[in-house]
Design a protein around this ligand. Sequence first.
Ligand SMILES: [Fe+2]
Length: 348
Amino acid sequence: MIQPVFITRVFRLGLAAIGSLSLLGATTTPALAQARNQVVNVYSGRHYNTDKELYAQFTRQTGIRVNLIEGKDDEMIERLRREGANSPADVLVTVDAARLIRAQEMNLFRPINSAALNRDVPANLRDPNGHWFALTRRARPVMVNPAQVNPNLIRTYGDLTRKELSGKLCMRDRSSVYSQSLTADVLQRAGKATTERWLKGMVANVKQPFFTSDTTMVRAVGQGECGATVANTYYLARLLNSDKATDKANARKVRVVWVNPTHVNVTGGGVTRSSGNPEGARRLLEFLSSPTAGEGYAAANNEYPVKGWGNNPTLRNFGTFTASPVTIQQLGQRNREAVQLMQQAGWK
Ligand SMILES: [Fe+2]
């Protein structure tokens, strides 16, 4: 008699366990879904402490937590591609038009339709189909050391071919996406033949070797080792605000020359194809591109907001510029041809 009762008890316990498990199952799915809606995983090529404050602000406003996964831009794109549909990423943030278009061509973004993003991000700074949106602008003007090169000689990038700059022009290497996008900009505006002539004349003026860092290049202009260069303004802004007295003093000798038009690139982001929380991801992009948060996101790296000039005092001192009419999409699409022309012209 004892045994059957025992068996029955075990059996009942078993049923109870199965029952509670299935109950758990019934409630687990919505609970997990809810948890997933409360976090946005961001793969980011940016790494500034002030970004984290902005993400915390977003969490306070929306209840959505931001889980930041940082790495080098190309590595984050490669990781996203490798993980495919299983990637935990909801948002990819990366710099440069060429990378945004590359990620789009790899089918890593999903198109999103957002009235807020369409309102806050100018049409030339976003994908027409909503795959990616600019979050900040970065300008790449000419910079000169007036003791070496007369700033009045330079009105356009075309003037970088002038014989007065011979042996005094310092440029970033060809592998830099900054150099590639600058060339793509000229190519889109001037066409192939003019760009080939421009590249040839400019490369002939370059003081070898080509630089692998904007920071050392801008420093070299301040030190008078180079007379002129083309660099993103945030590098000069960083040196001007440096704790190092020598960097500061050097940077003060560098003059920004706003060539007309000036090449503009972006930091941009999009919602990933794999996102388990596209709604939260869209809300984060809306937040980062909004006039208030966008100002902070741009200021973190001395960049310009997507609209206007921002309130950064260092950038204000540089003055304003006429941005190139070339769209970010065109920059990305022209990248391959630009690199080919650079190579042919001997841009190392
Ligand atoms: Fe940079």
